[in-house]
Design a protein around this ligand. Sequence first.
Ligand SMILES: [Cu+2]
Length: 128
Amino acid sequence: MNPASRRRAFLGATLALGLTGSLALGGVSLVAAAPKERVIKLTVKRFEYSKKEIELKLGQPVVIEITSQDVPHGFSVPDFKVRADVVLPGKMTRVRFTPDRTGTFIYLCDIFCGTDHEKVEGRFIVRA
Ligand SMILES: [Cu+2]
């Protein structure tokens, strides 16, 4: 085989393997797909989040969609090492993570937003 036809043969084999893989995915494998990301909407204003407590499921990916109703705020979950740079008024900020431990975990505003800034917090309760 010359190099060109060897390359063609290789491409053909790769394509065949790829197709087989896709067909398998189109069938049974979809059932075992990764858990679907859950969308949780949250708003924040001086001096509270719209939800004080949010239940999460262990291992289920979540995306928190946060919007501020007044000034710039923060959103941080120190135990999971996730945070938004800033949550701006009228603009949606997304924070994604997958809880890998059960328990209670605080989320809080980490951008000074006024006198009662320290009160801007809530908690995730992660259950198995
Ligand atoms: Cu704040």
